[in-house]
Design a protein around this ligand. Structure first.
Ligand code: ADP
Length: 257
């Protein structure tokens, strides 16, 4: 039995027989492995921009600063990498706050129509910069009770992904609807799609289908992990469907109560 990942918790004899209680170690080992992987991933993700910032600064100080074009180019890279670091640290902090359940929830009564109109303004610009169309479809307005900052984070993460992984000319849609007990948020795009074998893993921290493309789009690999945690915090459910070369759809169900 001990070989099968079971550790004795306590053994007691009452004179008639012996009672032994075993503790399953498989789950503990798996958690420990996940923790180790996470630390390794974070270190790697932090090291990449730091190495780049350090390297370009050193080269500038070693003389490259004399050439204005090189100077401009290197400073631009240093700035971009600093922004990446800042985003990464921000996402890591968000994730740890959500996971530790320390997140203060600031529930407010919101009209879904005005809420979406407010937050999609900046997204609309992002989409237009990529020659994409962003459509917001609300059949009829309704009221929800949620923390506006958290809901904003969910929508922003999903829509910026849709924009990042959809080529120029594509379409991004945000739809809301309500059923008897739930209200539904759908974010869909006409982008590159996600291979079927990756669909089950995209909500994992730092899991990316294409690392290079994620880096290029400024991704931290944490956006969907944050979305999933937030949805779970609201006891909602998130599902994804996708077809390669046709597009991806994320659907979230939130309880109206
Ligand atoms: P990232 O910062 O890399 O975008 P996310 O956690 O937000 O990290 O997403 C994880 C991965 O899922 C992305 O790297 C990308 O490969 C894939 N992905 C997410 N959203 C989409 C989408 N709308 N279309 C295609 N692939 C997507």
């Amino acid at each position: 039995i001990l070989e099968a990942n079971l550790a004795p918790m306590w053994v007691e004899s009452n004179g008639i027989g012996v009672v032994a209680v075993f503790h399953d170690l498989t789950a503990i080992r798996r958690l420990e492995q996940m923790r180790k992987d996470f630390v390794a991933n974070v270190s790697h993700e932090l090291r990449t921009p730091i190495t780049s910032i350090r390297g370009f600064s050193e080269t500038l100080l070693d003389g490259a600063m004399q050439d204005p074009d090189t100077c401009q180019e290197f400073l631009k890279i240093i700035l971009e990498e600093s922004i990446r670091l800042q985003r990464l640290v921000g996402d890591l902090l968000d994730l740890s706050t959500i996971e530790s359940k320390q997140m203060a929830m600031n529930f407010e009564q919101l009209s879904i129509a005005s809420f979406l109109q407010n937050i999609t303004k900046t997204l609309d610009e992002q989409a237009r910069n990529k020659e994409q169309t962003l459509r917001v479809e609300i059949k009829e307005d309704f009221q929800i009770r949620m923390d506006p900052d958290r809901l904003k984070q969910i929508v922003l993460n999903l829509v910026s992904n849709a924009i990042a992984y959809t080529p120029a000319g594509g379409e991004i849609r945000v739809q809301v609807d309500q059923e008897e007990k739930d209200w539904i948020l759908v974010v869909s795009d006409t982008g590159m799609g996600i291979p079927e074998e990756d669909l089950g893993r995209i909500f994992e921290r730092f899991y990316r289908v294409d690392k290079a493309r994620s880096r290029e789009s400024g991704g931290t690999g944490l956006g969907l992990a944050i979305v999933k945690h937030l949805v779970e915090e609201y006891e909602g459910e998130i599902k994804v469907t996708s077809k390669m070369g046709e597009g991806t759809t994320f659907t979230i169900w939130f309880s109206k109560e």
